[in-house]
Write a protein that binds this ligand. Structure first.
Ligand code: NA7
Length: 872
């Protein structure tokens, strides 16, 4: 069972007492979120009422009473932290508390702060409608009069609306039917019964061993196996308790500023950086620790790199095989068609060994699907006929309409009569997961687009509640009574949420994170995977920047601070943070030799890039002596087209090693030979040495294409940064000299004009790795006349008749504008040109193979251009 704050349920309709007075705030749900929200609102002196379907507080812990229901985050971390006295007042009996204990805790909280007097139980909210005229919401409960309020807060939980069973014949079954999410309060005795459990998610995995202990026969129907790791439950973790006791504030702060809301040391290396023996040792040690953060704790790239993920997945599969006696059952229990962690990891006690008991059977629905449920049991289809299995009870552990289900099940109508369900038909759109445009004064606690289910819910709930409370206080102080996100801010946030998900392996699974478990639901990654720490920092930044992205209005007018927060790609932003923490010395404070050594040191610890068919080092004649080159040959049968590539480094830095991963990647993706040429560098060899060498190399490679395994006439020039500068110059010179034939130019964040001060040089001149002053340092070392076309190819007399071009510029690059200007000028001169403006990227991110994963689709586009150039 997930640690969640689910509170509302829409099946039980009950009636409560009469009308309520109008209030400042209506909160829906008396789970962990709603209780704390009420407490905070009282502290602000605001009137509030909480409406709750259930008969008591507890939310998800009120409803999910199935045997074995526990939190999968250690209880020491899964609790309120807003009041040290409350913490001191409660002691957990186990590492992972059971549902009854967590429910008792929430009841204790309700008692301690006298919360129940403002909660109306057994009251389901049916509708909520906003009025622009009054600037207020009208909330319609199923019982009593509508309630008028200024602010409306949904604390309805992420996993609170059970998903329909969707199995033919379900209504016919004459035996007992149970849903793990709506378990009878008096419990169930399965002694002597033949029991079916449908589903193998967390709820099933927790309950199956206990149901098996009672039942005469247990049959588990599995559609998709899950990865599950041992809980090793027991008394509360002594080391954690000691750390908390020693410095409570530091302990809690570490959780708040962690990636998942739990104070654990983040892994510092990727699985690709470890040997197989080191990896297995790390996995074994983690397995012995158990829990959500055990086996996977050693490496930071398991959700980023498929090859790394595979190592962890295979380790866990092997553990499953070791636990289950029957090899066929073991294999069926091994998840194989999605990456580990891309569906929520389950935490179990004796789950797999339960299948070794003779009365427990697994039916794998992938090979033996359910035909129908009958009056007496379940019919399954084998290749050779139908088998009828008789049951006394069926337990549905079939999951929830996650994250959006509870929100859209209330008929929430915002500005212009638009309902939330309609607005979100293609997936939820929120700003920070806390508000949505068109629905003023409507807040969601742990809504879609916030870390929510990817975090310790207790930490995320506190953060959201505190942010909302502070926002309400700020509104009051500023004389505003309406707040709403702007469409721009919301679109930017939705983009950012998707950017974060898209660099991970999460979208590869048919999970409830993706809405994939509910037929017809939009397939969109619902939570925010950027991390609790990043998220908290972002929410704080929004406030510090004057509620960036919000419109606030009051009787004396309105303030709109429109804009988008977190515009960098998430991995770019993470890398910049790491670099800032390292406080590296600026390159332009060094001499050229020192800078070269420094860059080599920095580049040593990076992923190698993909394997290619063959790599050959050689020399070729440059303009004034031999030049080293490295040839990357694809594994496919040659001959191949040839890309002549020039590395970046401002004419001063870089070599064959510096751009090696990028060259491998380009070769691998494009199917072309890439010849990376190491030209002479400044200041030892100032302008025009590098450009002369580039022209000489292109000429020699074109003339020796056959010997190199290339196709004559299919020569593309390419380069990054200053390398793109000399590639562009080489293309111009080849045109002017009447040869060699170049069929395309791939220019990645090129230097094209050093004679002007482009706006991007100032806008992005500091903080994005390549700085304005470093660019000046490069130019000074190159010692070129910046007005000369040989140094600034944009300034050529004509750009007509040049080879087709693909130009990639980055949004946060000082060189952005000159790259874009070159693309525009080529186009104007009639050269077929594609300009890719790369959103959220910096000068160095496009070529950072396997480091900046968000650059992967861009690198794929580069390779496609190479293929198109040579296809003519
Ligand atoms: P989950 O994790 O959504 O699990 C539901 C399970 O039920 C899962 O194995 C589903 O298979 C299965 N399912 C759903 N519908 C069907 C049908 N029609 N036929 C067969 N099997 C079906 O829900 P839980 O309650 O276990 O856990 C929810 C979260 O709470 C969990 O992640 C923890 O964080 C706590 P599928 O994978 O969709 O093929």
């Amino acid at each position: 069972m997930l640690c969640d704050n689910a509170a509302m349920e829409n099946e039980t309709i009950t009636t409560g007492p009469g009308a309520l007075p109008d209030v400042d705030v209506v909160v829906v749900g008396a789970g962990m979120a709603g209780l704390y929200m009420l407490h905070e609102l009282r502290s602000l002196g605001m009137s509030a009422v909480v409406l709750e379907t259930a008969a008591d507080v507890g939310g998800t812990w009120f409803w999910n009473r199935y045997p074995g229901a526990r939190c999968d985050v250690q209880s020491i971390d899964y609790q309120y932290t807003f009041d040290p006295e409350l913490e001191a007042d409660w002691e957990w009996s186990e590492k992972y508390a059971t549902q009854p204990e967590i429910l008792r805790y929430l009841q204790h909280v309700a008692d301690r702060y006298d919360l129940r007097r403002d909660i109306r139980f057994e009251t389901r909210v049916e509708a909520a409608i906003w009025s622009d005229d009054t600037g207020r919401w009208t909330i319609t409960p199923d019982a009593g009069d509508p309630i008028d309020c200024r602010f409306f807060v949904m604390g309805t939980g992420c996993l609170s609306v059970p998903k329909a069973a969707e199995i033919a014949g379900a209504e016919r079954f004459g035996g007992d039917v149970y849903f793990t999410s709506r378990w009878p309060h008096d419990g169930v005795d399965f002694t002597g019964q033949r029991v079916a459990v449908i589903g193998t998610g967390s709820s099933a995995i927790q309950s199956i061993p206990l149901i098996a202990a009672e039942a005469e026969q247990l049959t588990v129907f599995q559609r998709t196996p899950n990865f599950s790791v041992p809980a090793y439950n027991g008394p509360p973790d002594a080391a954690r308790a000691a750390a908390l006791a020693a410095d409570r504030d530091a302990y809690r702060a570490a959780a708040r500023w962690s990636g998942v809301g739990v104070p654990i040391e983040p892994a510092q290396r990727g699985a690709w950086q470890a040997t197989e023996a080191e990896r297995n040792q790390s996995y074994e040690e983690g397995w012995a620790v158990g829990g959500l953060f055990g086996v996977t704790r050693g490496f930071n790239d398991l959700l980023l790199r498929p090859s790394s993920n595979h190592t962890a997945a295979e380790f866990v599969r092997e553990k499953i095989r070791q636990q289950v006696d029957d090899p066929e059952t073991a294999e069926a229990l091994c998840p194989k068609n999605y990456p580990i962690l891309s569906k929520r990891l389950c935490v179990d006690t004796d789950y797999y060994i339960t299948y070794n008991q003779p009365h427990v059977r697994l039916v794998d629905l992938r090979s033996t699907p359910i035909d129908t449920i009958t009056e007496t049991g379940i019919d399954v289809r084998h290749d050779d006929g139908t088998e009828s299995i008789e049951f006394d009870s069926i337990v549905y552990a079939t999951g929830f309409d996650a994250m959006t289900g509870a929100l859209v099940s209330v008929d929430v109508t915002g500005r212009g009569g638009v309902t939330l369900a309609r607005k979100w038909a293609d997936g939820p759109e929120t700003y920070l997961g806390v508000m949505t445009a068109g629905f003023p004064n409507f807040f969601m606690i742990t809504g879609p687009g916030s870390p929510s289910v990817l975090s310790n819910m207790a930490v995320s709930i506190e953060q959201h509640v505190e942010w909302i409370a502070a926002c309400l206080a700020d509104l009051r102080e500023g004389g505003h009574d309406v707040i709403e996100p702007t469409a721009t801010a919301e679109a930017g946030w939705v983009q950012h949420v998707n950017d974060c998900a898209n660099i991970t392996l999460f979208p590869q699974a048919n999970s409830w994170y993706m809405g994939a478990n509910v037929p017809g639901k939009a397939r969109v990654f619902l939570p925010y995977v950027g991390g609790v720490d990043t998220y908290r920092r972002t929410c704080d930044e929004v406030v510090q920047r004057g509620y960036l992205g919000f419109r606030r209005a009051g009787s004396h007018g309105e303030i709109v601070d429109d804009g988008v927060v977190n515009r960098l790609q998430p991995d770019v932003s993470a890398l910049l943070r790491i670099m800032a923490d390292l406080a590296l010395p600026p390159i332009d404070s060094m001499g050229a030799p020192e800078a070269r050594g420094f860059m080599e040191m920095v580049g040593a610890e990076r992923p190698p890039g993909p394997d290619v068919g063959e790599i050959v080092d050689g020399t070729l004649p440059g303009a004034a002596g031999d030049l080293d080159y490295r040839l990357y040959r694809p594994s496919s049968q040659g001959p191949h087209p040839v890309v002549v590539y020039f590395h970046g480094g401002g004419w001063v830095l870089g070599n064959l090693e510096s751009d090696d991963p990028f060259c491998r990647d380009l070769c691998d993706r494009s199917g072309a030979i890439v010849v990376s040429v190491d030209y002479r560098h400044a200041p030892e060899h100032p302008y025009p040495a590098a450009a002369d060498d580039a022209s000489a190399a292109v000429g020699w490679i074109a003339a020796h294409a056959i010997e190199l395994g290339g196709i004559p006439g299919q020569i593309v020039v390419a380069g990054w940064s200053a390398g793109a500068n000399i590639a562009a110059v080489a293309a111009q010179r080849a045109r002017d000299a009447g040869g060699p034939t170049i069929v395309g130019q791939l220019l990645v964040t090129p230097v094209t004009d050093g004679s002007r001060s482009w706006p991007s040089m100032s806008d992005n001149g500091d903080g994005f790795v390549l700085t304005k002053s470093l660019m000046e340092w490069f130019w000074d070392h190159y010692d070129a006349d910046r007005g000369a076309p040989g140094a600034s190819p944009l300034l050529a007399d004509t750009l007509a008749d040049l080879p087709p071009a693909a130009i990639f510029t980055s949004e946060f690059d000082p060189l952005r504008d000159e790259g874009a200007a070159y693309a525009a000028a080529l186009s104007a001169a009639g050269v077929p040109t594609h300009h890719h403006s790369c959103r959220g990227h910096i000068h160095t991110s496009l070529t950072a193979v396997d480091v900046i994963i968000s650059g992967a689709p861009i690198r794929a586009a580069m390779a496609e251009h190479v293929q198109k150039f040579v296809a003519g």
